[in-house]
Design a protein around this ligand. Sequence first.
Ligand SMILES: Cc1cc2nc3c(=O)[nH]c(=O)nc-3n(C[C@H](O)[C@H](O)[C@H](O)COP(=O)(O)O)c2cc1C
Length: 554
Amino acid sequence: MCFLTFLLFNVTAPLCYWEWSGFSEIDNERNLIMDIMPSADTVVSNLNILSTLFVSALGLGVLFIAILFIIDVNQTQDAIRRNYPVFGRFRYIFSTLGEFFRQYFFAMDREEMPFNRAERDWVDRAAKGHDNTIAFGSTKNLTPAGTVIFINCPFPTLDKDAVDMQPLEIGPFCKQPYNAPSFFNISGMSYGALSTPAVRALSKGARVAGCWMNTGEGGLSPHHLEGGCDIVMQIGTAKYGVRDAQGNLCDEKLRQVAAHTQVRMFELKMSQGAKPGKGGILPGIKVTAEIATIRGIPEGEDSISPNRHPEIDSVGDMLDMIGHIRDVTGKPVGFKSVMGSFGWIREMCEEIHIRGIETAPDFITIDSGDGGTGAAPMPLMDNVGLIIKESLPLVSDILHHYGLRDRIRLISSGKLITPSEVAWALATGADFVTSARGFMFSLGCIQALKCNKNTCPTGITTHNARLQKGLNPIDKAVKVASYCSNIIHEVHIISHSCGVVRPRLMGRKHIRIVQENGKSVPMDELYPRPDILPEYMGLAVNPSPDEENGGYCV
Ligand SMILES: Cc1cc2nc3c(=O)[nH]c(=O)nc-3n(C[C@H](O)[C@H](O)[C@H](O)COP(=O)(O)O)c2cc1C
């Protein structure tokens, strides 16, 4: 740019002058211009400098290409670069740039994975509190098998008859049960995977929205507490935040964490959808003084998360651990798992009936096999663990069959980031829905897929102070709260359209699922509720008032 301006001035100015001098009258102004005009000698010498610079740059360019050529033909790691020296490098440049071009220019609204543009835009508008209506017609293809269609009622619920969201009790046998106000909440993401401003924004936003925030397995940090929201403390396999020096569960630490009134529940992480059976190493370089204090590990040393809780080898062990944490903390305790098989859930139900229903987990969080993570191996992410569409109805039915559906609350997670997905989960059997990536989008995540690289451009999953600057916790907290309340609002709208007065009154009979042949089938035909075993009839403890769904319209 500078070069062009310089050239333009030097070449055009004298020409303009010669042009003007053809006029008979030369006024003072022109004289003045002449004075500041460079002389012909100056122009020639400038052109000389420029041409020398140009030739040198060209020479350097050729030299650079020659060096790349020599490097490429002599290296042995990369066949493309060896066979096509220099040109082969464009392949890597283009495939990196391709990520951006596809997202911005080429991918259709409903094409991208894991979340398409239509879904991300919905969250973005909900977070910003913008009008979330769309024009002209749906861009969603409604014919593929598995598509969910809600059954609208010819006489929808009038606004005046609609009922606000009701709190739901978790852990009726605990000293301090939790009356959870919101059916939509923030899923576990550890401090460490998330940056400080991201955790602060989520904490403040959750407080405003009245939803809970799960700490993830990295322990409870002051940033989680800062906003004053309800907190679910997750206990991962390394027991970060509640461990002794050897990595065993420490009762004293448990009591300290439970002493925070904000901490409402404890979640034992058995597995996570994106990486079931996977542990990990937190490299010493990431174990700063702050992380070391929060997690209860030595500063600067590698820290290992085992790939399961070493002391939990059976359903009985798991119930023992859950009972122990509940006794020590006095608060509801449940577990999080992605489903593969279901036999162990049946076994758990039978064991609960032997021990007494007060020994049951107070909740189960079912994570989808296609759930998110900061980092995981692709095979585990892609092909291990069932997706929530299949596992949620089956787990819900098993609990129902054993008369435990009201005793154990069901929380579901996994790509449930828009109102229709949340409504599907509630109608299918979930009492609560949690989301991680939905809330990341509300923080400004652009799906750059860099969570594992410390280069997150939006400052959400990076510890780079420069990148974190873009994330203002106060501003983003408003967006977090707005996203949550817009989800809740639109789930209510779906329920009213189905003819019930509030979302938890929706059931499987309000849903049809499109089949391979293009016809849709009622979901309660695909997944009929099993009968409760006779010996467990009448076991309902504080039943959800929603068990028998309304449904005048169905
Ligand atoms: C950055 C990130 C960090 C996560 N950290 C944890 C964690 O510490 N513990 C856990 O159980 N799940 C963790 N998860 C998984 C989420 O809690 C959630 O189960 C999963 O992403 C599915 O929900 P989503 O589809 O709404 O993201 C993490 C997910 C993300 C994206």
